[in-house]
Write a protein that binds this ligand. Structure first.
Ligand SMILES: *[C@@H]1O[C@H](CO)[C@@H](O)[C@H](O)[C@H]1NC(C)=O
Ligand SMILES: *[C@@H]1O[C@H](CO)[C@@H](O)[C@H](O)[C@H]1NC(C)=O
Ligand SMILES: [Cu+2]
Length: 195
């Protein structure tokens, strides 16, 4: 029984370490130091200007910081956003900071649901692109010339490493190291607690 528990914990840690290693999600505070306010300078263009400086990736997190008397709603669609039909929403968050994970690609629309705030500029749309860790699409077929038959095909691989050169570190190796340490540490703690 104790061994089973240990095994379950180890697997859980290994799985979360793998997920962490493969994710490079960024977290953004909406409006930076201005936060999420009604009637920002410049009206609605304030938040669209803010968003235009950022490439949002799937998995990134928006953090809305606001004082009481505001909310964050994810609106249903562009039409609701454009017309500030704030009751056409999927979800309303009322406590700050409100964190929303951009869990798909495509457009997200947000607004405050308090009367008049959306139309005075408390609205934000973001366009989320695929996560940077996703494989890029392969080159279109036909771009690689086919060698004439009978000849050796040229090797498309990168040249052999120079003697003494250091291979580039694989991305995420630091994270893996941390994950490994935390795995060992947690296992030790769990062992001391249960046995
Ligand atoms: C994204 O998160 C929202 C809110 O938690 C949820 O309702 C929605 O189903 C999620 N979408 C996907 C594609 O996971
Ligand atoms: C959002 O991004 C996608 C993919 O880059 C693009 O096709 C689409 O037109 C963008 N939408 C807006 C409103 O910019
Ligand atoms: Cu508001």
């Amino acid at each position: 029984m104790a061994q089973l528990l240990n095994m379950v914990i180890l697997v859980a840690i290994a799985v979360s370490a793998t997920i962490l290693t493969g994710t490079e999600a960024a977290e953004y505070t909406v409006g930076d130091s201005t936060g999420w306010i009604s009637a920002p300078t410049g009206g609605a263009s304030f938040y669209s200007d803010w968003a235009s400086t950022i490439t949002f990736r799937e998995g990134d997190i928006l953090e809305f910081r606001f004082s009481s008397g505001h909310t964050v709603a994810e609106l249903n669609d562009k039409a609701s956003f454009d017309s500030c039909s704030v009751d056409q929403n999927k979800e309303v968050l009322t406590s700050s900071p409100a964190k929303i994970t951009l869990n798909r690609t495509g457009e997200f629309y947000f607004a405050c649901t308090i009367t008049g705030h959306c139309s005075s500029g408390q609205k934000l749309s973001v366009n989320v692109t695929a996560s940077s860790s996703s494989p890029s699409s392969p080159p279109a077929s036909g771009t690689t010339p086919t060698p004439p038959s009978g000849e050796a095909a040229p090797t498309p691989q990168s040249p052999p490493a120079e003697p003494g050169s250091t291979p580039p570190p694989s991305p995420g190796s630091a994270t893996s190291l941390v994950a490994t340490f935390s795995l060992v540490f947690t296992t030790l703690v769990v062992n001391s607690l249960f046995f």
